[in-house]
Design a binder for this molecule. Structure first.
Ligand code: COI
Length: 362
C-alpha cells in the first residue's frame, strides 16, 4: 500500500515560545493542546468505502452537523499513547502497532471502518512533525497522543454511519493524578458496573468511560481517586478501574491481574507490565481475582502491593481500598510497583535497553 500523504496547512502558534516552555514545566494532564490536529475522512461506498483527505490543520473547534450520529448514538472510539523525548532530542512512541490493532478491534465492535496501520502510524508522525516542540523534556513527562474516530454522517436512523472522521490531537502530560507520584485510594462500586458480558467493555469507546463518571463522582465524594468495578453478577471478581487496569503483587513472587473476559480493556501498558514482570522473574497470572481475595490478601500480608496501570496512569501504587465502611489499608511496600514503573519509563525514555523492540521513532 502506498504511503498516505498528509496535506499541511501552515500555521503560526498563537503562543510565544516562552509561553509554551512555561506550560511544559507543569503540564498536568489533558488541559492544554498543541497547535495542530490531524484528520482523515472516510466515506462509505458499495465496494467498502475509502479513507481520503488526510490533513494537518491548526488545532481548533470542529464544525459538526447537529444530527451527526456520534452525538446521538455514541458511535465513537479512541486510543491513548505517548511520545517521549530521549536524551539526544529524538522523539519516540511506545508500541503504536498495538494501539493500531486495538483501534481496529474497537472499530469492528462499534461498526466503524478499520484504519490501515500505515495510516495510523503516518497520522502520529504527521502530528509530531507539526508539533515536535511540544514534547516535554522533564522527568515523567511526555506528549499524550489521542487518536479517535467518530461518526459524522447527518442522519438519525440507527445504523452504522456512512461518513466517519479519524483524528489525532496531542496534549503535553505529567502525572495523571496531579502533583508528585503517591499511592492512590480506590473506592469499590457495588451498585454500578462498567460493562456487561457481550457489551462493549473490551472496546475503547467513550460510552464505557461515560458509564464510569457517576461512580467516579461517588468515589471522589468518599475521598477516593478512582473507582473499581466488579463482576457483581458472578463472584465479585475485580474487573478494572474507571480508566486503568489493576495488578496485585503477592509475597511469593506472583504478579496477578484480572483475565480478559470481554468486559475488560486490553491495556497496552497491562500487556507490557506482564512482560516486564516475567523479565524480572515474577510468576505472572491472568485470572479471576475476587474482591474478598484482595481484602483478605492485603490483611494477611499475602498481597504486598497493588497498583493501577494505563497509558495515562503509567504504573501508580494503590494505597487504600474503600468498600462501604470498610477501609483496607495497603499491606505496605511499593518496591515491585516502582521497579516495574522505573523499568517501563526507562525503556520509554531510552534509558533502559529496548529489548522487546517496543519503541517506534516519530
Ligand atoms: C489512557 O490511559 O490512555 C486512557 O485512555 C485512560 C484515560 C483515563 C485517560
Amino acid at each position: 500500500m502506498s504511503e498516505t500523504v498528509f496535506t499541511r496547512q501552515p500555521h503560526l502558534s498563537p503562543l510565544s515560545e516562552e509561553e509554551r516552555v512555561e506550560i511544559l514545566q507543569d503540564p498536568g494532564f489533558g488541559k492544554v493542546f498543541t497547535d495542530h490536529m490531524v484528520s482523515i475522512d472516510w466515506t462509505w461506498s458499495e465496494d467498502g468505502g475509502a479513507w481520503h483527505d488526510a490533513r494537518v490543520e491548526p488545532y481548533g473547534p470542529l464544525s459538526l452537523d447537529p444530527s451527526a450520529s456520534v452525538l446521538h448514538y455514541g458511535q465513537e472510539i479512541f486510543e491513548g499513547l505517548k511520545a517521549y523525548r530521549h536524551e539526544d532530542g529524538s522523539v519516540w512512541t511506545f508500541r503504536p502497532e498495538a494501539n493500531a490493532a486495538r483501534l481496529n478491534r474497537s472499530a469492528r465492535r462499534l461498526a466503524l471502518p478499520e484504519l490501515p496501520e500505515e495510516m495510523f502510524l503516518g497520522s502520529l508522525k504527521a502530528q509530531l512533525e507539526a508539533d515536535r516542540d511540544w514534547v516535554p523534556t522533564g522527568a515523567g513527562q511526555s506528549l499524550y497522543l489521542r487518536p479517535f474516530m467518530f461518526a459524522t454522517e447527518a442522519f438519525l436512523g440507527v445504523r452504522p454511519a456512512k461518513e466517519v472522521r479519524y483524528m489525532v490531537i496531542a496534549s503535553p502530560a505529567g502525572n495523571y493524578f496531579g502533583g508528585e507520584l503517591k499511592p492512590v485510594t480506590i473506592w469499590v462500586s457495588r451498585e454500578y458496573a462498567r460493562a456487561g458480558r457481550g457489551g462493549m467493555g473490551a472496546a475503547k469507546t467513550g460510552g464505557n468511560y461515560a458509564a464510569s463518571l457517576l461512580p467516579q463522582l461517588e468515589a471522589a465524594s468518599k475521598g477516593a481517586d478512582q473507582v473499581v468495578f466488579l463482576d457483581q453478577y458472578h463472584d465479585d471478581s475485580v474487573e478494572e478501574l474507571g480508566g486503568m487496569n489493576v495488578f496485585f503483587v503477592f509475597d511469593d513472587g506472583r504478579l496477578v491481574t484480572p483475565e480478559l473476559t470481554g468486559t475488560i480493556l486490553e491495556g497496552v501498558t497491562r500487556s507490557s507490565v506482564l512482560q516486564l514482570g516475567r523479565d524480572m522473574g515474577l510468576t505472572v497470572e491472568e485470572r479471576r481475582i475476587t474482591l474478598a481475595e484482595w481484602a483478605e490478601g492485603v490483611r494477611s500480608g499475602a498481597i504486598r502491593e497493588v497498583f493501577a496501570c494505563g497509558t495515562a496512569a503509567v504504573v501508580t501504587p494503590i494505597g487504600r481500598l474503600l468498600d462501604g465502611d470498610d477501609v483496607i489499608e495497603s499491606a505496605g511496600g511499593t518496591e515491585v510497583t516502582l521497579k516495574i514503573r522505573a523499568e517501563l519509563e526507562g525503556i520509554q525514555t531510552g534509558r533502559v535497553e529496548d529489548r522487546h523492540g517496543w519503541l517506534h521513532r516519530l
